[in-house]
Design a protein around this ligand. Structure first.
Ligand code: ADP
Length: 296
């Protein structure tokens, strides 16, 4: 089974002709409200593929929290680990201009109140999972507690987003650490000129993870482990909206690893899932079923 520990946000999206400056008001489109947040996205992506998936997260006791619970249940995610209350549900306020560029303000809300004690109280859920996948839209000390709570032999997958410096204890547990270009650069500190993804993968591996995956958008991905660095072919598609592609990639990879796939096999499958996700608008709404991945 797969356990995702992470954030759940309501994405509030308004289309604008241009963004307001300080003190200015602009009129925009009708409001669209979508379930989002990296943890919630990953859980939905895995469940849609057919993975037995549970989510450990915190939402508010409010309408946004209920929207998120509904979308998880509709996808077939076990929501017994979704806690409610303590703060309003996390929200992302998103404006999109005609060229498709976003400006985003995130209020972490209840995500910031998912505590190490919540993880300890969910020890049974953590121990029931062969693979546990986390991101960084919840407090770092909560992610540290996840690492400490893992059952022996279970596998920990981390997408350090939004990126920040990580304690050695967390780095050492990652198998793999999954980063895009931006996250790789932040975690390594300033990147040296002339370095490419292969160099980042090798340098990240030297920081402690048992394996590393670098995602490269339309270029596919790289996998790195003690066996060396290998390229994962990209799948050519007409990209419509890349929102949430990284979350779908990570979820698919984590699930395949739990079924016994090698890192290279799991990453090749995840690249197909990520590619399918960019062919449709939205995040959770764009996630493919296993049948749709086969058809790609
Ligand atoms: P993030 O959203 O975290 O920045 P990426 O953009 O690297 O992550 O996307 C994650 C994965 O999704 C990529 O490694 C790739 O396999 C797939 N993917 C993303 N964008 C495209 C695209 N335009 N065409 C094909 N595959 C894509």
């Amino acid at each position: 089974d797969l356990l995702v520990v992470g954030s759940a946000n309501a994405d509030l999206v308004i289309g604008v002709e241009r963004r307001p400056g300080a003190g200015e008001t602009v009129l925009g489109s009708d409001l669209a409200v979508h379930p989002g947040g990296k943890g919630a996205n990953q859980a939905v992506a895995a469940a849609r593929l057919g993975a037995r998936t549970a989510l450990l997260a915190r939402v508010g006791d409010d309408d946004h929290g209920r929207l998120l619970l509904d979308s998880q249940r509709a996808a077939g995610v076990d929501t017994a680990g979704v806690l409610a209350g303590g703060a309003p549900t996390g929200v992302a306020l998103i404006t999109v201009d005609p060229s498709g560029d976003n400006s985003i303000v995130v209020s972490p809300g209840a995500n910031g109140r998912l505590t190490p004690a919540d993880v300890r109280a969910a020890t049974g859920l953590v121990h029931a999972s062969e693979v546990v996948s986390a991101q960084l839209e919840i407090p770092l000390e909560t992610v540290v507690e996840v690492v400490r709570t893992l059952a022996p032999g279970s596998r920990f997958v981390l997408n350090p987003s939004p990126p920040r410096e990580l304690p050695r204890e967390v780095l050492d547990a990652c198998d793999p650490l999954i980063v895009n270009e931006h996250e790789a650069k932040v975690i390594l500190g300033t990147s040296e000129a002339g370095e490419g993804p292969e160099d980042w993968a090798r340098r990240l591996l030297a920081e402690g993870p048992r394996s590393v995956v670098v995602t490269l958008g339309a270029e596919g991905a790289l996998v790195a482990s003690a066996q060396g660095v290998a390229r994962v072919p990209s799948v050519r598609v007409d990209a419509v909206d890349t929102t949430g592609a990284g979350d779908a990639f990570t979820a698919a990879l984590a699930w395949r690893l739990g079924t016994g796939a090698t890192l290279a096999e799991a990453a090749a499958y995840a690249a197909r899932v990520g590619a399918a996700a960019v062919t449709k608008a939205g995040a959770q709404e764009s996630y493919p079923t296993a049948r749709e991945v086969e058809a790609l």
